[in-house]
Design a protein around this ligand. Structure first.
Ligand SMILES: *Cc1c(COP(=O)(O)O)cnc(C)c1O
Length: 387
């Protein structure tokens, strides 16, 4: 894959816009036609030209070409959010009476899609521990249409063996979908491993500056076309031209941002690994990670997220650790320029805190673009503070 070509050249057509180096934001809802015959053609196949920005917009088209190439896929669609990309991967591929097999503990809104929204349309879902292939085999029913994967997830990082699951699904005529947000297109290539549809939130690494909400879905021409002409145009899930332009700008630095983030993450993990206030670190490329070998086999590198299980007795210690940090913001999300912490206990009532429950002592850490030295000093300072 020629990354520099994709990022700097592919899809750009400067002669068409005054040789401007940065592509224009074609901020229009509508496109006009010289002849009725041209209009007739556009109406017949809205995926082939610009008719109306809910379908095709030239700024978004540049982005689609680059994103498909980065995933080594034939085609891509870009949406107004990551969860829309998940919805648009799943919804056009099921009907009433169908069944989905999903990994347990996917992204929170994926859980709600499978447990709350789709059951209203008589689509059911079985969630399984995806670390074992036989769990997929056992969960498949005659009406199973989709296997939904998220490898790794973004809290405890369990992986699925993507090649093996893809092979099993193909043999049963089942569509595979993966949430590839943790690795991004640069560091895991699910299409090459036989997965059908690859989704990512672009809000995280692709956007990278904590200023844009968007989602990406890549797959074969045929599958993406099916989604485009049916439910995509009907749901109106398109990204705005301005946000597409922000993502084009962010793509120029995606590779170097991720390299910096991954290097710093490993330095921070190594520096706090044996600290007495840390019971355990969950990180896919840590030798203690139960699926370390699989991680090395199918992920090209590992990202800026890891989870600390603090060695503490009280919820106040967890809160103090987070609030005492000066170089990490307390927030949800990740993938931007700024380092973050998210304590899982923020999602429970204080009285519910149980120090015997590892989950309650978890703090998810995201490493941004800062240098490792101040981050490490800050982390150690805060870990010492709660000893
Ligand atoms: C954030 C996130 C999403 C949802 O993306 P949005 O752009 O926030 O809608 C989906 N999956 C994972 C793993 C995420 O971290």
């Amino acid at each position: 894959m020629d990354l520099s070509y994709i990022i700097n050249i592919l899809g750009e057509d400067r002669e068409n816009y005054y040789n401007a180096v940065a592509p224009p934001i074609i901020q229009t809802s509508n496109f006009a036609f010289d002849t009725i015959e041209d209009l007739r053609k556009a109406l017949k196949d809205e995926s082939s030209c610009s008719l109306y920005t809910r379908g095709i917009n030239p700024t978004v088209e540049i982005l689609r070409k680059k994103l498909a190439a980065l995933d080594e896929a034939e085609d891509a669609l870009v949406f107004s959010s990551g969860v829309t990309a998940i919805f648009m991967a799943v919804f056009p591929n099921v009907k009433s009476g169908d069944h989905i097999v999903s990994v347990a503990k996917p992204y929170s809104w994926t859980t709600k899609l499978f447990n709350n929204l789709l059951p209203r349309f008589n689509v059911t879902c079985t969630m399984i521990d995806g670390t074992k292939l036989e769990n997929f085999e056992n969960a498949i029913q005659p009406n199973t249409r989709i296997i939904f994967l998220e490898s790794p997830n973004t809290l405890t990082f369990e992986l699925q063996d993507l090649e093996a699951v893809a092979k099993l699904a193909k043999s049963r005529g089942i569509i595979t979908i993966i949430d590839n947000s943790y690795c991004s297109s640069l560091y895991q290539k699910p299409i090459k491993m036989g997965i059908d549809l690859v989704m990512q939130t672009a809000t995280k690494y692709t956007g990278g500056h904590s200023d844009t909400v968007a989602g990406i879905l890549c797959g074969s021409k045929e599958m993406i076309q099916k989604i485009f002409i049916s439910d995509f145009l009907n749901v109106g899930a398109i990204i705005s031209p301005f946000n597409a332009w922000l993502l084009l700008r962010s793509l120029r630095t995606l590779d170097i941002r991720l390299q910096k983030i991954f290097t710093t993450t490993k330095e921070v993990v190594a520096a706090i690994d044996n600290h007495p206030s840390v019971s355990r670190i969950i990180f896919p490329f840590h030798p203690s990670f139960p699926q370390y070998e699989l991680a090395k086999k199918q992920m090209l590198d590992a990202g800026g997220l890891f989870t600390l299980i603090l060695n503490v007795k009280t919820i106040e210690q967890v809160e103090k650790f987070c609030e005492n940090l000066e170089r990490f913001l307390v927030a949800v999300s990740w993938g931007g320029h700024e380092s973050l912490v998210f304590p899982v206990c923020a999602g429970i009532q204080k009285e519910e805190f149980n120090p015997a429950n590892e989950n309650h002592r978890m703090v998810r850490v995201y490493i941004g673009l800062e240098d490792s030295k101040p981050l490490i000093e800050d982390m150690i300072n805060s870990l010492n503070f709660i000893k």
